[in-house]
Design a protein around this ligand. Structure first.
Ligand code: PEP
Length: 259
């Protein structure tokens, strides 16, 4: 059985003080959750990583970053390397988020370099894929998913692919309040899993964790995560408050455990 994974993408929100407060609230909220039943990951801004790492040390919460550069070090002003993320306490890193594709020229090629660098250093990449509204309406959803997956994961070994997480995030559902229906989410997740079976092996596909992301809230978390190929959620807006994120985790956990 695949272990569910729910991650909070804090985007460009929270000062260090606010991040510490939120992490403390979540640590209290998740106190009784068994770490072997679910991976809970917080992805704050770079400036808060070390402080959040300190708060969640010895807890059942894990730390992730929102991006990474592919070089270990060097004259790359403004970038942060996988070595530095590990040093700050990260175990995960979001790569290829649609906001990075949209505003910061992220391409399949840069996603691929980042994914390779992350796995080389033992970080678990959360690789984001998903179509825009125009692409969905033009019937190109599967083409986009195939392009993002085959491009973003190009050249990775089966072993490397088996360690990463995919986040299916339809761009039209991110931060818009519009959620994909559970049927739409399941359809896309099944397509991704079938594609992984074709590109790699049935075993790799069967073990691949695929999160859904796009306006996940406490109200829709259970229905989405009940879908057989949905293994968790990548949560933006609703991860910025302890009560809503903890409710999503509780409902998601119940939805997966019930199956
Ligand atoms: C995200 O940032 O990955 C995301 C899914 O955002 P939201 O939950 O706010 O739509």
């Amino acid at each position: 059985m695949r272990k569910p994974i729910i991650a909070g993408n804090w985007k460009m929100y929270k000062t260090i003080t606010q991040a510490i407060e939120l992490a403390n609230g979540l640590k209290r909220a998740f106190f009784e959750i068994d770490a072997s039943s679910i991976d809970i990951v917080l992805c704050p801004v770079y400036t808060s990583l070390s402080e959040v790492a300190e708060v969640i040390a010895d807890s059942n919460i894990k730390l992730g970053a929102q991006d990474v550069y592919w070089q270990d070090e060097g004259a790359f002003t403004g970038e942060v390397s996988p070595v530095m993320l590990k040093d700050a306490g990260c175990g995960y890193v979001i790569i290829g988020h649609s906001e990075r594709r949209q505003y910061f020229n992220e391409t399949n090629e840069t996603v691929n370099k980042k994914v390779k660098a992350a796995v080389k250093h033992g970080l678990v990449p959360i690789v984001c894929v998903g179509e825009t509204l125009e692409q969905r309406e033009a019937g190109k959803t599967f083409d986009v998913l195939k392009d993002h997956i085959s491009g973003g994961l190009a050249g990775l070994t089966e072993d490397e692919v088996s360690k990463l997480v995919i986040a299916y995030e339809p761009v039209w559902a991110i931060g818009t309040g519009k959620t994909a229906t559970s049927a739409q989410a399941q359809e896309a997740h099944k397509y991704i899993r079938d594609l992984a079976a074709a590109l790699y092996t049935k075993d790799v596909a069967g073990g691949m964790r695929i999160q859904y992301g796009g306006s996940v809230k406490p109200e829709n978390a259970a229905e989405i995560m009940q879908q057989p190929d949905v293994d968790g959620a990548l949560v933006g807006g609703a991860s910025l408050k302890a009560d809503s994120f903890s409710e999503i985790v509780n409902r998601g956990l119940k939805a997966k455990v019930k199956k």
